[in-house]
Design a protein around this ligand. Structure first.
Ligand SMILES: CCC/C=C/C(=O)SCCNC(=O)CCNC(=O)[C@H](O)C(C)(C)COP(=O)([O-])OP(=O)([O-])OC[C@H]1O[C@@H](n2cnc3c(N)ncnc32)[C@H](O)[C@@H]1OP(=O)([O-])[O-]
Length: 309
């Protein structure tokens, strides 16, 4: 299996110790993020969403969308997406998947301590798949607040296996994140939302400044006709739709989230999210309306849900 990336040394990456990182955010960051994933984008009076950006009805703090937690992994890697021992072209990196567990609702400001470790490394031949786990703790109390598992799909970086069996390492049981099977029946709910042509330019201000999302030349080198939307921005749109349609606007019902990025989205495209309820789990998929292509699928696990909600 040795190939283009034979300079890659998986053992070096497996033994790498990522440094801990401290990070603080304020209400302004949480509100900017909410606008970046389209909150109040269609209606500034939206009764379900004003609370993410404004102290509505005298509320003391704004509410924080659960997908805000997905920003923590990038902030926890001060050296960026640098993986010692792995040869790859950063311009060909795509976000493959995101898994988030929330152990309590996020407060509107916090001082955090992030602990990062390698969760997985897989040789897919034409690509390498790297999974990074970030645990975020409240700095003062030491309480674990959330965990992210971020998957990067590194095109052109596969083919580093030394034996006929493709290299594959995971630090978690394979059944922990069950694969999503989209039901055949009619969705329980469908929500349509327009991303803005400037969506990626707004979203990047939440901390992901990868030029793939803003620079036309870099986007072309990466194989796209123009800058594409951040995967986590699309995920933010989808989970916001689920909170609106299934959770009756209550973001605190969300316990865990999985999103697999299946195809790129161009800013300005209309996103249609279809949802099915299976027990306490919402299965969803998001398609771009004009191209009729599924771009994202996954699940959202809820703390409690009854059909009377
Ligand atoms: C990180 C922060 C930076 C952010 C950047 C962005 O936001 S970028 C914007 C947001 N991101 C985007 O826009 C990316 C959108 N996604 C895509 O463009 C495509 O899904 C792809 C290019 C990632 C893979 O397509 P393809 O045709 O090359 O793949 P294939 O079907 O031939 O499968 C080959 C193997 O890879 C596996 N595998 C497949 N998909 C994924 C995945 N998502 N995830 C993980 N693994 C995946 C699949 O299971 C198979 O393994 P097996 O079964 O052989 O062991």
């Amino acid at each position: 299996m040795a190939g283009a990336s034979s300079k890659t040394d998986p053992q070096l990456l497996l033994s790498h110790k990522f440094p801990e990182a401290a990070f603080a955010y304020t209400e302004r960051d949480a509100a900017l993020y909410a606008l970046g994933v389209g909150a109040c984008g269609r209606d500034p009076l939206d009764a379900d969403e004003l609370k993410y950006v404004y102290h509505e009805n005298g509320q003391q703090f704004i509410k924080v969308l659960p997908t805000f937690a997905a920003l923590f992994p990038l902030q926890s890697l001060p050296d960026g997406l640098c993986f010692p021992g792995l040869q790859y072209d950063p311009q060909l990196l795509l976000h493959g998947q995101q898994y988030i567990e929330l152990y309590k609702p996020l407060s509107s400001s916090a001082h955090l301590q992030h602990k990062v470790s390698l969760a997985g490394l897989h040789d897919k031949g034409k690509a390498a798949v790297v999974e990074v786990e970030t645990k975020s703790f409240d700095q003062a109390s030491g309480e674990l607040l959330c965990m992210n598992r971020s998957t990067a799909y590194l095109r052109g970086a596969g083919g580093f296996s030394k034996s006929s069996q493709p290299f594959s390492y995971s630090n978690y049981p394979p059944n922990q994140v069950r694969a999503v099977k989209i039901p055949k029946d009619k969705p329980f709910s469908v929500f349509e939302d327009c991303s803005q042509p400037s969506q990626a330019l707004l979203y990047r201000l939440s901390g992901d400044y990868n030029p793939l999302h803003s620079d036309p030349m870099i986007a072309k080198i990466a194989g796209f006709s123009r800058p594409i939307l951040h995967g986590l921005c699309t995920l933010g749109f989808a989970v916001r739709a689920i909170i609106k349609c299934i959770c009756r606007g209550d973001p605190d019902l969300v316990k865990s989230i999985l999103g697999k990025f299946l195809l790129h989205v161009y800013p300005g495209e209309t996103l249609v999210t279809e949802m099915w309820v299976e027990g306490s789990r919402v299965i969803y998929q998001t398609r771009v309306k004009a191209r009729n292509r599924i771009v994202l699928s996954g699940f959202v696990e809820l703390h409690r849900w009854t059909s009377s909600l």
